[in-house]
Design a protein around this ligand. Structure first.
Ligand SMILES: Nc1nc2c(ncn2[C@@H]2O[C@H](COP(=O)(O)OP(=O)(O)OP(=O)(O)O)[C@@H](O)[C@H]2O)c(=O)[nH]1
Ligand SMILES: [K+]
Ligand SMILES: [Mg+2]
Length: 341
């Protein structure tokens, strides 16, 4: 049986199992299995055949942004508008079938923008090109979720609540090998209403973990616990962009513009694109370093652009590869802004 079938079998079994105290362990076990298979789906396949063809785009520039969304929301139109690359746009779904890179030049930075095929419900389970799209999205610094403003509400809720993009927000890290001896110790600092020692043991055994110290500091659900085991959830900065606002009323535009992490635009009428760039820039949280010669004003036209968290050593490497080894000290001035996340 293939993984997809196994997943669907388990999902069916979960659906037909009544939820009560007596079935709690059984359900927990099923969910653990389900999560395990899903994680397998998201791992790159062993055989190179059929894997990611047309999706392996080299990283370039200072940052990478992936365009994710349902078919025909205007992803390719957006890429063609913002970069000098043309990506075919048309009124039928699945116009784009591979990953198409372009470059946005903004504030002296080169931001690589990736156009991708439309995703459909069930993408993370391998439907359509879902797996490849998600794999590319995970390599980016910010994800733009593009939505059709005329269907914005529905699309956004599907994207964020359905398991469609489960994998996008979760980076799989293999668990460390078990320590010799020990077994499983179980403790909690709060009363647990949803997980029990037995259930935790079952879940851990399912993941072949026989030695572990488990401490609950919150009243977690079995799903929360599984998330912790499968890997650390890493949430990527994500901007919801409602395109095609030329098709909806002003009241509706106003309402969408107030959605959290939301920006409204129209590619067709070139509306609000500057604000989108400004917001994207904020989400990228890049650090701009300007150099200055002694006694002269800094050259604000020419920035060294680094990801946040970069060190002085990184700056040295960007100036000259031998600079770091001869480096003695640096004078650093910092410009602070109020609008930082
Ligand atoms: N009215 C309106 N139509 C738009 C806008 N932006 C794009 N479109 C149209 O929407 C249709 C789909 O655009 P695409 O850019 O192909 O959409 P896509 O998301 O790349 O589609 P797939 O590659 O098939 O997933 C085209 O007919 C575009 O002309 C907009 O702001 N307003
Ligand atoms: K299209
Ligand atoms: Mg397209």
């Amino acid at each position: 049986m293939g993984i997809l079938e196994k997943i669907s079998e388990i999902e069916k079994e979960i659906a037909r199992t009544q939820k009560n105290k007596a079935t709690e362990y059984h359900l927990g076990l099923l969910k653990a299995k389900l999560a395990k298979y899903r994680a397998q789906l998201l791992e790159p396949s062993k055989s190179a055949a059929g894997k990611g063809e047309g999706f392996d785009v080299m990283k370039s520039g200072d940052a990478r942004v992936a365009l994710i969304g349902f078919p025909s929301v205007g992803k390719s139109t957006f890429l063609s508008l913002m970069t000098s690359t043309a990506s075919e746009a048309a009124s039928y779904e699945f116009t784009t079938l591979t990953c198409i890179p372009g470059v946005i030049e903004y504030k002296g930075a080169n931001i690589q923008l990736l156009d991708l095929p439309g995703i459909i419900e069930g993408a993370s389970q391998g439907k359509g090109r879902g797996r490849q799209v998600i794999a590319v999205a995970r390599t980016s610094d910010v994800v733009i979720m593009m939505l059709d403003a005329t269907k914005g509400e529905v699309q956004r809720s599907v994207i964020s609540h359905d398991s469609t993009l489960f994998g996008l927000f979760q980076i799989h890290v293999p668990s460390s090998p078990p320590k010799k001896g020990g077994g499983i110790s179980f403790n909690s600092t709060v009363p647990l209403t949803q997980c029990s020692e037995k259930l935790v043991q079952l879940i851990l055994h399912e993941y072949k973990m026989f030695n572990a110290e488990v401490l609950f500091r919150e009243d977690c659900t079995p799903d929360d616990f599984i998330d912790v085991i499968v890997g650390n959830r890493v949430y990527m900065p994500c901007l919801y962009v409602y395109n095609k606002i030329d098709q909806i009323s002003m009241e509706e535009v106003d309402r969408l513009a107030r959605q959290p992490h939301g920006v409204v635009i129209s590619c067709g009428m070139k509306l609000n694109l500057d604000f989108l760039l400004e917001t994207l820039w904020e989400y990228l949280a890049l650090t701009c370093i300007f150099t200055k010669k002694r006694g002269q004003r800094p050259d604000f036209g020419d920035a060294i652009i680094l990801r946040s968290g970069a060190s002085v050593e990184h700056v040295c490497h960007r100036i000259h590869r031998t600079l770091a080894s001869q480096f003695k000290y640096a004078l650093v001035w910092v410009r602070v802004g109020l609008r930082y996340r």
